[in-house]
Write a new protein. Sequence first.
Length: 241
Amino acid sequence: MLINNTHFVLIKKWTIYLFSFNILTASMLLIAIYTEIINGNTISGKSMPLPILFFWLFIYFKILFTPEILYGIPILNKKILKFGSISEENNESSFSINDNWILDDNKTKSNNPDLKLQEKINSNIVSYIQEVDKLSYNNQIFRNPKTSISDVALKLCVPTSHMVYLFKYHSKISFHEYRTQSRIKDSINLIENDYLKLNTLESLAYKTGFASYNPFYIAFKKVTDLSPQDYLKSKNNLIYT
């Protein structure tokens, strides 16, 4: 099951931090009591209230400026969507969350299965988006012409219904359109990396998952507003001007 590792790491760090702070506070209190005993004063432990107060004020304001600590994954998801990247355990990982995705689900659900799914997977939506984009743009899963939405779900180890829900309520385009756009983006990346110096456009179509050149041509023109040949001409003109 896919989980939001970012939130897990955040909670883990704060648990360690608060545990360490409580150990420090207890130590300061014991030192205060020991000092009072040595000096013959009444044992109250009140000689360390100011440092402890500053510590707790620091934590209070830290939580105010880090609301995902209190409110959990929904707030964290919005922050991730805003900045478009996450950092996990000091390893920077940036995954595209493009304009096709919708984080806030405002569509009305008329059937009970979708309502139940909403409660079950709502906190994982950003993770799903990131992982689907990663499969598409980093792993080129759609180079296989037979890749379906069930195959994507299988790769993510989640039920197919979760992916159907994702594209139904959190995407502006269908899975079919997303797959086509991913293949065209893949083809453009290959063009930019000089794939066509040794290969043909027809070979590029097969390479990126199209059954033949004709659907590749139609999809390329629909996504870029240019035919593959016109795109190449414009690219070459930019190089030589």
